[in-house]
Design a protein around this ligand. Structure first.
Ligand SMILES: C[S@@+](CC[C@H](N)C(=O)[O-])C[C@H]1O[C@@H](n2cnc3c(N)ncnc32)[C@H](O)[C@@H]1O
Ligand code: SF4
Length: 451
């Protein structure tokens, strides 16, 4: 059996394997965390500490067929303005409960399409946020920008508010692929937007592209990556397209027979990976590339790379608070998720409480397993001495945990006195190996039994 077939047999590209942006993952959150717990957790954030904020805007002008994000289409400005008012009220509520002197490490606006906000609302929201939690030293303010949904006025507003990292959605430049995935966006437009962003002195540019798209070939992805390289992004997320039409109904518009085979998917990733590394980008974790001078590349080299709900991050703040419908927060105590629907979310805020409706309180081995999974996803290795120091776990317990993964992935993980490591040939399996440490994922047990 060749290398590719072995990887497939071990579950590579099984769309049900989590991306581990949290542990436990969101489907395993339960109902025991509500507004009261969330309020307690906010009140316990130490005065003078540093936190990060994520602000979710679940609206888009167009609904791209490929997109699996939680968002709703709107052709008018009204629901977006109404939602922005809710966000302002939510920030005011947050401010009321936060101790003094807390500053921001990272502020990220994501979606959906945050650039759907009119320029005056962007200014208003940014002012409200910075009044509640001012930017700390070295803080980063990043915004997801749909190149089809931005103009000079909105870019001026974002730049004036202090946006210092912009993230543009590219996906692929090939016209046939764009038509098939319901997202048409010419190279010229994308380049113009990248130039407009840079012209405003925004220091860093990120771009998202996808591999594994329908009709994608190695020649097509090479062409798209080369076009993307002409924009010289500081950071690139090369996500594997998740085709989950049973969860994301829009994806039913995409013909399944146009999808590349799992083997071809692996080759598409490899083709793009080589082009980025040849161009001097540093490979980061399972799906990112960055210029060596970029903060994420530096964090990866220093061993301080982290994983949160936005994917990889160089943010070191221990607390991330999610604002807006469906957003998730992480505290030392656990996770809290806001109501998914905008109307439920708005109703709670109008009633003067947070919309938190589910979450997870850390217990038992949660934090130990979370650290192991995060380390595998970020560094492809986990250090035994650090786990013993930070969690007081015994060598025997670690042997048992590592042993389970080593048995399920015999020959694909290295276990020794230092800890457990995923060798380069097994990196495509990182999510599957991480799943061996997931005590909540029951499908893994069936999977392990099958191999
Ligand atoms: C939430 S979207 C926001 C970006 C912005 N609205 C835009 O369209 O440019 C962020 C990124 O998620 C990624 N994404 C969305 N659906 C995906 C899927 N089914 N599989 C993998 N990545 C996906 C895309 O790369 C997209 O740029
Ligand atoms: S890719 Fe962006 S614009 Fe398209 S549906 Fe998803 S969030 Fe909306």
């Amino acid at each position: 059996m060749n290398h590719e077939s072995q990887l497939m047999r071990l579950g590579l590209f099984d769309a049900r394997v989590p991306r581990y942006t949290s542990y436990p993952t969101a489907p395993h959150f339960g109902g025991g965390v509500g507004s009261a717990e969330f309020t307690d957790w906010i009140q316990s954030v130490p005065a003078g500490s540093s936190i990060s904020l994520y602000l979710h805007v679940p609206f888009c002008r167009r609904l791209c067929w490929f997109c699996a994000c939680r968002t709703q289409g709107t052709s008018s400005e009204e629901p977006v303005r109404a939602y922005a008012q809710t966000l302002k009220a939510e920030i005011a509520l947050l401010k009321r409960h936060l101790a003094p002197g807390i500053t921001l490490s990272r502020l990220h606006w994501g979606g959906g399409t945050p650039t759907l906000l009119p320029a005056d609302m962007m200014r208003d929201l940014a002012d409200t946020i910075f009044d509640a939690v001012p930017m700390g030293p070295g803080a980063e303010f990043s915004v997801e920008i749909d190149p089809n949904e931005i103009d000079d006025a909105r870019l001026d507003a974002l730049a004036a508010a202090g946006m210092n990292r912009a993230s543009i959605g590219v996906q692929d430049f090939d016209p046939e692929i764009q038509k098939t995935i319901g997202r048409e966006q010419g190279y010229e437009l994308t380049k113009r937007v990248a130039d407009l962003i840079r012209a405003r002195g925004v220091g860093s540019l990120n771009a998202d592209i996808l591999y594994g798209l329908p009709h994608q070939t190695r020649a097509k992805i090479s062409d798209s990556v080369q076009k993307l390289l002409t924009l010289s992004p500081d950071r690139v997320a090369l996500y594997g397209y998740a085709h989950v039409p049973w969860m994301s109904r829009r994806q039913q518009m995409i013909p399944s027979d146009a999808m590349p085979t799992p083997e071809e998917r692996l080759r598409l990733f490899e083709t793009a990976r080589q082009l980025f590394t040849w161009d001097g980008y540093q490979e980061i974790g399972i799906d990112h590339f960055a210029r060596p001078s970029d903060g994420m590349a530096i964090a990866a080299r220093n061993g301080t790379l982290r994983r949160n709900f936005q994917g990889y991050t160089d943010d070191t703040a221990p607390i991330l608070i999610g604002l807006g419908a469906s957003s998730i927060s992480r505290f030392p105590q656990g996770y809290a998720q806001n109501a998914s629907g905008t109307s439920d979310h708005t109703k709670a805020i109008r009633d003067g409480r947070f919309s938190t409706h589910r979450g997870h309180v850390f217990a038992g081995e949660d934090l130990l397993r979370a650290r192991i999974i995060e380390a595998l996803m970020c560094d492809f290795r986990v250090n035994r001495a650090e786990l013993i120091r930070d969690f007081g776990v015994t060598d025997q317990r670690l042997d048992a945990l590592f042993g389970t993964a080593a048995t399920a992935f015999q020959g694909w993980v290295d276990v020794d006195a230092d800890g457990l490591a995923i060798p380069p040939k097994a990196r495509p399996l990182a999510r599957m190996i991480a799943r061996a440490f997931d005590a909540y994922d029951q499908t893994k047990a069936q999977h392990s039994a099958a191999i």
